[in-house]
Design a protein around this ligand. Structure first.
Ligand SMILES: [Zn+2]
Ligand SMILES: [Zn+2]
Length: 238
């Protein structure tokens, strides 16, 4: 009886919130949901490719030419950083609409499930934020995504990394500048030092893949633990 009344109250509360702050589809502007059914269909998986040159290979691994410079095994992503995908990332990360992460995590989980066999021992590792940035934003978008993907696929989520350097925003930097900026930004966390990663495949989770500088640096640190493979999983690729 008690539970029922709380549930009812919440429901009424949500309806009232919707009345004052109605939701509009980020794709077409239709009132009702953040992403309507029609626009949701547009969020589909693009063909996987070499993360550097975008040459399609259906696996997400680096091509022969770019394999040497790679610090991780490959990239899985949902779509390109444009249109509704870009709006989703922006509204989640900068406007703080955490509800959007449910949808993002759902499609990311699908991509992950399609590309790994069930017997593979996967560990989801969110890319950490520097503590001051996390405080000012109030949350780490990668952590929320990793947790939700972990819940959907019943996979462990481990905060194996710490961000020890306040890096400048990467958005306006060239690739070379990004690499310099992110250098020595991570170390293993206490958990990361203790965890045995042999025979396990790490999946680094982030929202967007741009030049891969951040993910490469994170992978470099995790390599010290000799996992079987290291993959990156993002919602978008630039
Ligand atoms: Zn729509
Ligand atoms: Zn390539």
């Amino acid at each position: 009886m008690f539970k029922f009344s709380i549930f009812k109250l919440r429901k009424v509360g949500n309806n009232i919130l919707d009345l004052f702050f109605p939701k509009f589809c980020l794709g077409c502007g239709e009132e009702g949901k953040f992403v309507c059914g029609k626009c949701f269909k547009k969020i589909k998986q693009e063909e996987l490719c070499c993360p550097v040159c975008n040459k399609v290979n259906f696996a997400g691994r680096f091509c022969k030419k770019h394999k040497k410079q790679a610090r991780f095994d490959g990239l899985l992503f949902v779509g390109r950083f444009q249109g509704i995908n870009k709006k989703l990332v922006h509204n989640f990360k900068y406007e703080g609409i955490k509800e959007l992460s449910n949808l993002m995590a759902k499609v990311m989980a699908q991509v992950l499930a399609q590309n790994f066999r069930a017997e593979e021992k996967l560990v989801l590792v969110p890319v950490p934020l520097f503590f001051a940035k996390r405080l000012s934003r109030g949350f780490n978008q990668s952590e929320i995504l990793a947790q939700k993907i972990g819940e959907i696929l019943d996979l462990p989520v481990a905060n194996l990394l710490l961000r020890i350097k306040a890096t400048k925003s990467q958005t306006r930097f060239t690739k070379q500048k990004r690499l310099e900026n992110i250098k020595k930004a991570f170390c293993l966390s206490g958990w990361g030092r203790k965890e045995n990663l042999k025979n396990k495949t790490i999946v680094l989770v982030d929202d967007v893949y741009t030049t891969g500088a951040t993910l490469s640096e994170a992978a470099k640190i995790l390599k010290k633990k000799h996992p079987k493979e290291i993959w990156a999983l993002t919602f978008c690729k630039d």
